[in-house]
Ligand binder design. Structure first.
Ligand SMILES: [Zn+2]
Length: 363
């Protein structure tokens, strides 16, 4: 099934944010699938419908204490402190790159804002945590074991701060929450966004090493696989390293597959090898849930300059997703897919054509 919660796609202008990328990608995907009248992977559920199907209360509340399963307490406190909107605003403006080096607004005009930064945090940031978690629950509890959430995938968010437009890491948080609730033990994060899943790798490493005091419950683990551009942001990001003093800019995922510019023809073969390594690394353990960070930004038609070093065709991207889908299906592994990166007029195409391709093989 597909989970579609348009509320998380904030209208930037409402907050005074002058970012040129429209937020209509999920709607375009739903419209395309509607026209295609596919029988699978439908239906398209709203967050409310999904919560009702799961027997959960509406609205879903992301508890501050739960967020500490993935992120540092001090960072979580700064975001959630309701009597300190300035701390929250500063964090969001920094993460969304809306301040210049002197701290003056850039691509941001607070005078035209009609909504607050607190509202942006609660709808766009906490809303994505809720959506990714609900998608995982739908995947775990539905007969076909598959849910595609038309949002989420904020994989750059680090342990004690946000980065690269990502405030909180919805996939590691989701994995930790379902583990904490006893719904899963081993979770895989399969990240095929153009950019490296550096935040997820760091959060998992910090849980394993006890930097995060909330350790894995007995028998629980998260294994990360990232296929990404070998160069470019965030791997060459001095500003990212500088924002996290004393820290490596990028902790490796458990399985790293860097793709050099010009290696596009090898992409799916390398991904296939990576999936095999993921399976071997898990040994005798069964993976209870795979979270797929299904970025569309490796697309040759993507509008973001920072993903220009990887230029897959639409056919290669649909093949990529089908490869992951078939690999998981063959092993009976349930999966929650997140839309992740993808910018510009045609960024809706990879996920839409992948989801439509699933209609072909079903009775
Ligand atoms: Zn990306």
């Amino acid at each position: 099934m597909i989970l579609f919660d348009p509320a998380v796609n904030a209208e930037w202008l409402d907050y005074g944010i002058l970012i040129p990328f429209p937020q209509d990608r999920p709607r375009k995907i739903v419209d395309f699938l509607g026209k295609a009248a596919g029988r699978f992977p439908g239906p398209v559920l709203s967050l409310e419908e999904a919560l009702a199907a799961l027997g959960e209360k509406t609205p879903f509340v992301v508890e501050r204490d739960d967020v500490e399963l993935a992120h540092k307490k001090e960072y979580v406190d700064a975001l959630f402190q309701r009597d300190d909107d300035e701390a929250l605003a500063l964090a969001l403006l920094t993460i969304y790159e809306l301040l210049d080096e002197n701290g003056a607004p850039r691509r941001y005009d607070p005078a035209i804002a009609v909504k607050t930064m607190r509202d942006l945090f609660e709808t766009a940031v906490l809303g994505r945590l809720a959506g990714s978690y609900v998608a995982a629950r739908l995947a775990l509890e539905s007969a076909d074991g598959f849910c595609y959430y038309l949002s989420g995938g904020n994989h750059h968010a680090r342990y004690d701060g946000g980065a690269g437009f990502c405030v909180l890491n919805d996939m590691v948080w989701t994995a930790r929450k379902i583990q904490h609730e006893g719904r899963a033990r081993l979770v895989w994060i399969i990240d095929v966004d153009a950019h490296k899943g550096c935040g997820s790798a760091e959060l998992v490493d910090f849980i394993r090493r006890g930097v995060n005091p909330h350790r894995f419950e007995a028998g629980c683990d998260i294994i990360t696989l990232s296929v990404h551009m070998a160069r470019g942001w965030p791997l060459d990001a001095e500003t990212l390293a500088a924002s996290l003093p004393g820290r490596a800019p990028s902790i490796p995922s458990d399985i790293e597959i860097p793709i050099e510019a010009g290696e596009e023809a090898l992409y799916n073969q390398k991904l296939k090898e990576g999936l095999g390594r993921l399976s071997r690394l898990s040994g005798e353990r069964t993976c209870d849930l795979a979270i797929v960070v299904d970025g569309a930004d490796p697309y040759e038609k993507d509008g973001l300059e920072s993903s220009a070093l990887l230029r897959l065709t639409l056919a290669q991207l649909v093949e990529r997703d089908n490869l992951i889908y078939a690999f998981l299906r063959a092993r009976g592994i349930k999966s929650a897919w997140l839309l992740a990166g993808g910018y510009g007029e045609r960024a809706w195409e990879p996920a839409a054509y992948f989801l439509h391709s699933l209609t072909d093989g079903e009775d």
